[in-house]
Design a protein around this ligand. Structure first.
Ligand code: KIV
Length: 287
């Protein structure tokens, strides 16, 4: 059984089956996500803030997304791996957008790519789809435009903004997107868009009426203890557990309780002979 196709997500919407996605940035996480049964994971540019210590997603480069996409692809067999197109990788020209999307698939092994924006990215989406690249859209609070929005603010609140978002969603579907992320928009608007589209909507901070949900790995697992966006929830508290494990290790070494004989290798008689001979040889050739 090979990797699932992006069409399987649309089939899930048609069957009324909700699904969840999670971001994934490395090999062990990808293996875990697949073993749990996520149909798709996103190598999001959120890796900039979650993993690389940037203060936004803007500094993330295509090389960084590629670097993290490869281990996620190697860690999965069936799961759809969506690679995020970072800031600057699809805005300059449609040619460059196509080239960069192709790199994410060809070099990174991604199943699909995701980019942010509505009507303005439609020509780039059309080029990619015509070239055989599955594309996921992203509307609402698109974090790469956070400087323009003036912060992480809910989008689509005014009637004009809501109308534009509806139009953008319809345009992305018509351009061939197989799904659209809706981030930080009012729940009723997300519900309306979800009902109007045949492709699945994937919400984050967009209420309960989307067809699916996506969350950031480090948020839901409580890895960044001091930070939890309002739209997320700690489904585990790994931060304190990791700290506890690290403290236990550090103290055990300091107190001389680790390693013990159980973690040590004894020198067997035969190996000892070889070692003694080697030492003799070294001594004999020493000046
Ligand atoms: O980069 C990311 O993780 C995302 C999701 C929040 C949708 O774009």
């Amino acid at each position: 059984m090979g990797r699932q196709s992006v069409h399987s997500l649309r089939a899930m919407k048609e069957r009324g089956e909700r699904f969840a996605m999670v971001t994934c940035y490395d090999h062990p996480s990808a293996r875990l996500a697949e073993s749990v049964g996520f149909p798709a994971v996103l190598v999001g540019d959120s890796l900039g803030t979650a993993l690389l210590g940037y203060d936004s997603t803007i500094p993330v480069t295509l090389e960084e997304i590629l670097h993290h996409t490869k281990p996620v692809v190697r860690g999965t067999v069936r799961t759809i791996v969506v690679a995020d197109m970072p800031f600057g990788s699809y805005q300059v020209s449609d040619d460059e957008a196509l080239r960069n999307a192709a790199r994410l698939m060809q070099e990174g092994g991604a199943t699909a790519v995701k980019l942010e924006g509505g009507a303005r990215v439609v020509p780039a989406v059309e080029r990619m789809v015509a070239s055989g690249i599955p594309v996921m859209g992203h509307l609402g609070l698109t974090p790469q435009s956070v400087r323009q929005f003036g912060g992480h603010k809910v989008q689509g609140k005014s009637q004009a903004d809501a109308a534009r978002l509806r139009e953008d969603a319809t345009a992305l579907e018509a351009a061939g997107c197989f799904a659209i992320v809706l981030e930080l928009i009012p729940a009723p608007l997300a519900g309306e868009v979800s009902r109007a589209l045949r492709i699945p909507t994937i919400g984050i901070g967009a209420g309960r009426e989307c067809d699916a949900e996506i969350q950031v790995w480090h948020d839901i697992l409580g890895l960044l203890e001091e930070f939890l966006p309002r739209h997320s929830r700690h489904f585990a508290k790994l931060g304190p557990q990791v700290r506890h494990g690290l403290e236990n290790y550090l103290h055990a070494v300091r107190r001389g309780e680790f390693p013990t004989a159980a973690q040590s290798v004894g020198v067997e008689a035969k190996a000892g002979d070889v070692l003694a001979r080697l030492i003799d040889e070294i001594n004999a050739t020493a000046p």
